[in-house]
Design a binder for this molecule. Sequence first.
Ligand code: NDP
Ligand code: HSE
Length: 436
Amino acid sequence: MKSIKVGLLGIGTVGAGTFNVLKRNQEEISRRAGHEIEIVMVADLDVARAKELVGDQCAVVNDGNLVVANPEIDIVVELIGGYGIAKDLVLKAIANGKHVVTANKALLAIHGDEIFKAAQDKGVMVAYEAAVAGGIPIIKALREGLTANRIEWIAGIINGTTNFILSEMRDKGLDFDTVLKEAQRLGYAEADPTFDIEGVDAAHKATLMAAIAFGIPVQFDKAHVEGITKLEAVDIRYAEQLGYRIKLLGIAKRTPQGIELRVHPTLIPSKRLIANVEGAMNAVLVQGDAVGATLYYGKGAGAEPTASAVIADLVDIARLADADPAHRVPHLAFQPNSMADTPILPISEVTTSYYLRMPVADEVGVLAKVTSILAESTISIDAMLQKEPALGETQTDIIMLTHQTQEKNVEAAIKKIEALSTVLGKVTKIRLEHLS
Ligand code: NDP
Ligand code: HSE
């Protein structure tokens, strides 16, 4: 049995998970791959810690260049993260004719087109199952399992850290910072956790899914990105009262005008399966024209769930390494000469439903003024909640759910509503998706 030699760049959370799972399940994995898969060299800045992790089973160096230049190595696994040294080493590995496996969604969402082109030209594979939704094989599903379909939309809880924060805050009443620290301790959060909480990490993943679902280039710069830092507990409570949960969703949707690519807190009906995905779990809902809706659920972060996806890529490459490159699955699911230039729509052109909360004076006629502004803007109301003012208070909240409309209509109506003298503060707007 031929042995496939692997070089590992970075042995942190995911790197250590990969090393351990590969060692533990070596026999099963070899039986599936038809090859032994062996990590022969590890590069990490902390050589002492790396040596403690791998023992004397393979060489440990502090310079990734020694890994990508090692002629013995067939596959380089990049688990450093970021777009600096990681990009440099990935491109060098490709130039040296090595296949690459990476979990680095940030790198691929920004530089994916360049990296895939370099790999295509060199006839090597770049595999990235772990880059989206951790252990869930969503790349495999989109690129291969659903290949008969015209994908209509994808909506996913694709950041474990933020889902963990939202769940813990709601269920245990814990504060934001405490839960974020716990997510960091558990190895879910990115090196820079603002990527998680500001929605950037989810947008990296949504960008990659949009590219493979619709056969378009990787265009992170066109994604609309909002995180959970501005979300208020009061809106989570009101949403629950109206029968909805708030989740940070990554959405990629095909419309006649173009593609919607957006990440933001979203109200989802509580009865939907995806609304009940809690903790660091991820779930991705994919609507295809032939198959209908399919839902993929599992651990989206953490050492071994992510290692599961990294090793699946290693096995895929081991099986296909000797195949004619023309017979491999294209990096972005569609043949490189068949990519589409469908535009990505600005957020003002997006069509969805809305949750609006407005603080108002408890006076006769307020509601009539607000509803007439919405009617003038052809925005129809789906549900409404008006709270009794607290004892001794003269201010209260009106909450409205709208039917579908374009974002620019809602923005224009909000401006007019905020200008009313009886509306006492900013209108809170959260998008709502029925996912039906
Ligand atoms: P970690 O920070 O835990 O690990 C990164 C490792 O790379 C560290 O050991 C670090 O060493 C090492 N490193 C940094 N710079 C270099 C360098 N120049 N040369 C060699 N080694 C270097 O990150 P994770 O394991 O969490 O993440 C790795 C990748 O996987 C990222 O792209 C991340 O987005 C992605 N990912 C992570 C998931 C998770 O659950 N953690 C899930 C899915 C994807 P040192 O610590 O000494 O700086
Ligand atoms: N920081 C990411 C998350 C890791 O929390 O989902 C998995 O990509």
